[in-house]
Design a binder for this molecule. Structure first.
Ligand code: UDX
Length: 556
């Protein structure tokens, strides 16, 4: 294949940024540029604080973008991988640039990777399920205008099956080869997924020039990915495989959530069922965790795209089959909210409820399609006095903005609604009637055997309602402290709070005993992610309801 000297990524988002960084890391002789028409986003990529947080990303940017020496030995390869990272990188020239000069970067590239958003179309034909190709099409027009003859165009974005054929990227007399190369990285583990990818999928036309283009792209990955992990298929298979991979993963979650509903009514335990079936290697143990359903930018969008494809191919039974995966996901969220409201005597009037976790999964501040958003909106409908929201990684301003956008600005307490965003977990739980766990952050896990814990209540400024638990509980081991208790002041500085620099994050476990003595009775905790060890929570005195387990409030 022709040597690749210059790669241009269009779209400096969750896929474009990290993928470009890892390609640049392993191909020091290739110049990699990432372009985006959003100048503000490019400025952030060029700053110390990139617009996305992914563990390890900053380190790789320092090497590739800034050319600084950086030890990369903490990127440990999983079993079966030989590391291709030198223990401490040699001095090298920076080969990764972020720029808003789209035309110029495209014109210089041997390979143009298109990694722009392809969300669900909102309106018009196929609205609500088809893929919105507006951004993708706009980019291909720019590529057709500026790319040099012979440049290879790669679909990195998730696109509908047959896009490579429908796309018209041509200039009179110039042919561009189009490849499909979907991305399988997950939020929160993007760098590891890229460094140690389980497969690289390249779809190409079965022609001489198609095969030549595929091997040029494969040569870029071959600098760190073992050849047996690079799979080549025809373009349509590759485009479809991306949708199917996500649909199958989501289907496993929905299947387990349907079983969780049965468990809650029978006394079976969904984790035990998952363990029992996952031991069969044909089923496997991953992606069987029941909860409040999947979130994230991909699963729902990709299933809906598959549903739309089936509908347009006049396969209504197939469309209905996959749509049920999304319906079951909504059912999981609704059931959780209903259960919480039921615990609180079917009314939230005058009550405070606390939502712990806003991101769609742990170790990310990505909140797209987060189950927490649906849950907050559903709780709002019940008219509570307050919905307190806390997340260890999402900046409070970002949370407020998103809640305003999703549930309406009127939902925020500052605008007359009930939602209050906190940057401190104990403040969020103070005086609350129920704590709902909506993201599986390790911070929220309880340590076993905390009964008899002698730690003091944390808050120094308690209102009478906060002292309720002490006053009512003769067995409470913790004496109520005065408003100016010095111990409390000291402890307050070691609270579990939002970390503005995730790189410096230390996973401090929550002290549930502290939470207990500042909650209203009876202290309800609803675990939507199965993170709590229930027995030790009950020893503290909590009343715990967990998805997929029969609770005290459930009829068997
Ligand atoms: C997913 C795919 O995993 C990835 O390959 C694709 O490229 C993009 O979409 P991502 O959305 O980042 O990645 O997250 P993932 O870890 O797959 O989790 C998706 C959602 O499912 C999360 O909300 C997670 O909490 C939930 N989940 C996951 C469960 O509810 N149960 C499980 O067992 C696993």
């Amino acid at each position: 294949p022709p040597p690749v000297r210059n790669i241009c990524f269009i779209g400096a988002g969750f896929v474009g940024g990290p993928t470009a960084a890892v390609i640049a890391l392993h191909n020091p002789d290739v110049r990699v540029s990432v372009v985006d028409r959003d100048e503000k986003r490019i400025r952030r990529w060029n700053s110390k604080h990139p617009p996305i947080y992914e563990p390890g990303l900053n380190k790789i940017l320092r090497v590739t973008r800034d050319g600084s020496r950086e030890s990369l030995c903490d990127f440990k390869p999983p079993a079966g991988w030989e590391t291709r990272l030198s223990p401490s990188s040699k001095t090298r020239n920076p080969n990764l640039v972020f720029s808003s000069d789209v035309a110029r970067s495209v014109a210089q590239a041997d390979i143009v990777m298109v990694a722009v958003n392809t969300p669900t179309k909102r309106r018009g034909n196929g609205g609500g399920s088809a893929t919105d190709m507006a951004a993708f099409e706009a980019v291909t027009a720019t590529v057709a205008e500026h790319a040099r003859p012979g440049a290879i165009i790669v679909e990195k974005s998730t696109v509908p099956c047959r896009t490579s054929q429908l796309l018209a990227i041509h200039r009179p007399g110039v042919h561009f080869e189009i490849l499909s190369n979907p991305e399988f990285l997950s939020a929160g583990t993007a760098i590891n997924d890229l460094l140690y990818a389980n497969r690289i999928l390249i779809g190409a036309r079965n022609t001489e020039s198609g095969r030549r283009a595929a091997s040029a792209l494969a040569s870029v990955y071959a600098s760190w990915i073992p050849p047996e992990r690079i799979i080549t298929t025809n373009c349509f298979s590759s485009e479809l495989a991306k949708l199917v991979a996500n649909a199958m993963l989501a289907q496993r979650i929905s299947s387990m959530n349907s079983i969780a509903a049965i468990c809650e009514k029978t006394g079976a335990d969904v984790d035990e069922v998952a363990g029992a079936i996952g031991a069969d290697p044909r089923i496997g143990s991953k992606f069987l965790r029941a909860g409040i359903g999947f979130g994230g930018s991909c699963f729902k969008k990709d299933i809906l795209s598959l549903v739309y494809l089936a509908e347009t191919l006049v396969l209504p039974e197939v469309a209905q089959y996959w749509r049920a995966v999304v319906d079951m996901n909504e059912f999981a969220r609704n059931r959780f909210v209903t259960r919480a409201v039921k615990c609180l005597n079917n009314t939230l009037t005058g009550k405070k409820v606390t939502v712990l976790g806003f991101a769609f999964k742990k170790n990310t501040n990505d909140t797209r399609e987060s189950p927490a958003l649906d849950i907050i909106r559903a709780l709002e409908e019940e008219g509570p006095a307050e919905i307190a929201v806390y997340d260890p990684l999402c900046p409070p301003t970002q949370m407020s903005e998103e809640i305003g956008r999703f549930a309406g600005n009127g939902a925020l307490q500052s605008n007359g609604g009930s939602v209050v965003v906190y940057s401190d977990v104990y403040a969020a739980c103070r005086g609350t009637n129920a704590v709902l766990i909506t993201t599986e952050f390790d911070e929220f896990k309880n340590r076993a055997g905390r009964s008899g814990d002698q730690s003091r209540p944390l808050e120094s400024t308690q209102t009478p309602s906060m002292r309720l638990a002490h006053a009512e509980d003769p067995l409470c081991p913790i004496p109520p402290c005065s408003d100016d208790c010095p111990d409390c002041q000291v402890e307050a500085s070691s609270t579990l709070s939002f970390t503005s620099n995730p790189e410096q994050r230390r996973t401090t476990k929550m002290d549930w005993t502290k939470v207990y003595y500042h909650m209203r009775r009876p202290q309800w905790v609803l675990d939507g992610r199965g993170v709590l060890e229930i027995e030790s929570m009950e020893r503290i005195g909590f009343r715990v309801e967990s998805v997929g387990r029969c609770g005290a409030n459930q009829e068997v």
